[in-house]
Design a protein around this ligand. Sequence first.
Ligand code: V47
Length: 360
Amino acid sequence: MILKKLQDISIKLKKGQRLSKQDGLRLLDSFDILAMGKLALTEKKKKTADQVFFNVNCHVNLTNICVSRCAFCAFSRDTDDPNAYHMTIHDTLERVQAALPAGITEIHMVSGLHPDKPFGYYVDVVKTLKQEFPSIHLKAFTPVELKYFSDISGLTVAEVLRQLQAVGLDSLPGGGAEVLSERIRQKLCPYKASSHEWLDIMQTAHMLGLKSNATLLFGHIETAEEIIDHILLIRRLQDETGGFQAFIPLPFHPTHTMMTSCTKPTACEILKMFSVARLMLDNIDHIKAYWVMTGMQAAQLALFFGADDIDGTVTEEKITHAAGAETAVGITKNVLISLIKQADMLPVQRDTLYNVMERY
Ligand code: V47
């Protein structure tokens, strides 16, 4: 039974009509999360039936030294900080080697904006990783990093991407989007790629044949309108390129950041965000509940609120844990499989491009 308030939205969805900005705002304003969940689950099932996807991957963060020092980030450090680190190519190979016995099919690599490393260093990292582990998909570098590489090398972003692609870059993660709003970026992260640059770089990557994801960092100083505008910007680019594979709502973790006066989003806020993402983003197949940030319980519940993916085994997560995450730093695929089965859905191990590897 859908409450009368949301009935016209329910009718639109049944007719396969696209939801408007106003619809998105009304959904965000509604407290009827069960009705929204029902609508979102129906839309999820139209795309992926009972399947829930996961992969077996490892995270690599080459350095926490970063010139950007965003207010929401507890991971980044200045060069002279006692906890600053930087991995050599040898360290990176060792990290991936250690994750091989788990059967990883993906390396997820994002890092701070290091003040001294030249662009050639990143080309060498990619080249060496690909030479050593040719069958592992390399999903690396957010638009924020790519813009920085362009700045430090004097190359265009397209040329940066071409050079990385030529040595083994396979796709891009969805980070660095935060909220695509200049008001928010000026306040939280004024020294990195702007909203338009983030979108332009994703467009360029898609045109070069690289798939990517898109994230939204929510639960801090953003307004409802800024969230919906962010979603609409992603939806518009997706209409043009079709390059986004998954949308990933990331609940803000304030601990150890410069924004400790914010409180963590509640379970209801998290589940509502998943429903709104699924309902508004009719042109993106996958909505990912990144269990590291949502927590395991909310990730499982999100499967009833539009999510159809719970990311991967992760291994050695640093960014969320620096900000007080209470989840494990990595888990086995059996944990993910039972989490999905307990929701009475079908666990599907995928590769990064959503090719099915095994159904459980
Ligand atoms: O861009 C940083 C966010 C992102 C905090 O594409 C924070 O498959 C919450 O993008 N609280 C990095 N969030 C993570 C990311 C990601 C993760 C998993 C899979 C994929 C994918 C992408 O984390 C950053 C930023 O938006 N972040 N600090 C924090 N304190």
